[in-house]
Design a protein around this ligand. Structure first.
Ligand code: OAD
Length: 245
């Protein structure tokens, strides 16, 4: 379905006069880059559901299995490149006075596209964290003959992502809440808006008085109350919205 030109124009006008803009993105913004989304299609890997692998209990039970899954996901993402939706957010950041990008994605495509103020609230698939010394660092190449070891202390490494049942980094989440609470316009792009607390940031912005614009292929739980809902591909709608403001 094509979004209505008048709706795009309404949103673009708000964007043009906003001093503070926040953007919340989900897997849908990377779909046109070839990164699989979580919901809506497939989701199974070697007969395991992501919900059964992306948990502290699964890692404690079988770290090698969990690492094999992340290695597979890293392989899916490694050759993916940012698409026009990622690029549009870089353009938006360049001209907004106060801009915060909050992403649930762990694929690293926003930083790769050139987004500066980007909060990766669910971590990064390219980061590792040591279970023993707690150090966190980027590690793109891993020898997975066995679960990988920390380069500093030799302890067991885990993926640097947030798992089901874990809390988000309170500092990163605090900055995201602050951005959502103080923006005049929030764009909510390519998220099913069902995983909290990230999903709740859109309502935080709305309750604080922001004009909230959703961009998605299909309706979400937010569609009923956002100010403008633009149905379409992020890579097509977002450049038009940003370029038209
Ligand atoms: P989902 O896979 O739940 O939702 C993707 C959304 O993107 C859906 O609403 C699609 O309709 C929409 N979509 C797909 N292609 C699109 C396109 N080209 N343009 C616009 N929209 C498109 O992904 P998330 O909402 O990001 O958490 O999932 C949230 C969290 O659930 C993830 O961060 C992950 C997962 O469990 C953790 O790993 C902690």
């Amino acid at each position: 379905m094509e979004p209505q030109p008048s709706q795009i124009q309404r949103a673009a006008e708000r964007l043009a006069v906003a001093d503070a803009v926040a953007v919340l993105t989900g897997a849908g913004i990377s779909a046109e880059s070839g990164v699989p989304t979580f919901r809506g299609q497939g989701g199974l890997w070697e007969n395991h559901r992501p919900e059964e692998l992306a948990t502290p209990a699964a890692f404690a039970r079988d770290p090698a299995l969990v690492w094999r899954w992340y290695h597979w996901r890293r392989g899916l993402i490694a050759d993916c490149r940012p698409n026009p939706a990622h690029a549009a957010l870089v353009d938006l950041e360049a001209r907004a006075h106060n801009f915060t990008l909050i992403t649930q994605n762990v694929d690293g495509l926003h930083p790769l596209a050139g987004s500066g103020n980007c909060l990766e609230v669910h971590g990064s698939i390219w980061a590792v964290q040591c279970m023993a010394c707690g150090r966190r660092y980027e590690e793109r190449s891993l020898d997975l003959a066995a679960p990988p070891a920390c380069k500093w202390c030799g302890g067991l490494l885990r993926p640097g992502v947030v798992w089901f049942g874990e809390s988000l980094d309170p500092v990163v989440l605090g900055r995201a809440v602050e951005a959502a609470s103080s923006c005049q316009v929030m764009l909510v792009v390519g998220t099913s808006a069902v995983v909290h607390p990230a999903a709740g940031l859109a309502m935080t912005a709305k309750e604080a008085g922001a004009f909230v614009v959703e961009i998605n292929l299909e309706p979400t739980p937010n569609s009923a109350w956002v100010d403008v809902s633009l149905m379409g591909k992020a890579g097509e709608v977002l450049p038009g919205l940003v370029g038209g403001s």
